[in-house]
Write a protein that binds this ligand. Sequence first.
Ligand code: CP3
Length: 343
Amino acid sequence: MTKPFLEVLSGRKQAVPPIWMMRQAGRYLPEYRELRAKAGNFLDLCFTPEYATEVTLQPIRRFNFDAAIIFSDILVIPHALGRSVRFEAGEGPRLDPLDTPEKIAALASHADFAKLEPVFEALRRVRGSLDANTALIGFCGAPWTVATYMVAGQGTPDQAPARMLAYRHPQAFEKIIDVLVENSIRYLVGQLEAGADVLQIFDTWAGVLPPREFARWSIEPTRRIVEGVRQQVPGAKIIGFPRGAGASLPDYVEATAVDGVSIDWAAQPSLIRDRVQNRVAVQGNLDPLVLIAGGTALDRAVDDVLENYGSGRLIFNLGHGILPETPIAHVEQMIKRVRSFKA
Ligand code: CP3
């Protein structure tokens, strides 16, 4: 059997675009909330293979998406590097800030991969439960985005602490990035060996960087990860998500050699078609807010994505993660409309 999702990434457009959603396992699903409550804390949910497998499969059972994404988080790498990572209810992640050259000098070079073994085990289990048409996605955070949380110790509105550290102490900041590059390569290769078909690299905060910094801290580390993974797994399929990259997307695609790129809802359709989709698959880009709004606004927005990108290689997705307030009926409405698309 062929997987439509992999076909698109391999250069073969599908008449009906394959579909999945970033953050498709999560709080908008009652069955997720139930298991989340049972697991206690979020990292226990990620690191208990039985739970992580179940949560990964929940959206597949409900919506029959074309791809499952392994349930984990981008902050499991800092955790495995020995940094303290906690998820406070309703507040998001909390880490011990890594914000001085002295602290950075003491950062471990190698993650403890035994801590990540439950993620690999969950991948093996999910692999065994998926049908032959459904792809399995492994992922990591891009070094820049992971570093923004490690430096600040939490999410920030403008990623100022990491940007400032990169200006004031570029060599120290580079050490964080280098450690993340090397460990992300190993983590991603481990995910492929455990059964992932495809990898996605999430650079959620790429869009705050000026062009020179974007080239240095987003493009270059991602390029090294792609190259490092393919040295060990030739032909590995990789999707990049430099959120907010805007007019820098063609440079990102060319330099990193990704097979596909996830675009946010502010992307300019003609730029994407002429300078991105002509080279790689495009994934996106419905506004998660219109999925909450529903009704005719949702139908129109789905049609816009299909009209803008449906004549080329498209993987239908949101422009960022689904929000917890999203009604399930609206997800169903979106999927039905995408699957009845005729190019
Ligand atoms: O897509 C999926 O369904 C797979 C699972 C997944 C999670 N996080 C689970 C999660 C993926 C791919 C991520 C990626 C991630 N994590 C990113 C990059 C993508 C993006 O959405 O921007 C980032 C920046 C993080 C860091 C992170 N994890 C934050 C900022 C938060 C708190 C905010 C929030 O959404 O709650 C998390 C927690 C988190 N990761 C949750 C889930 C389902 C919610 C935790 C809970 O259930 O209490």
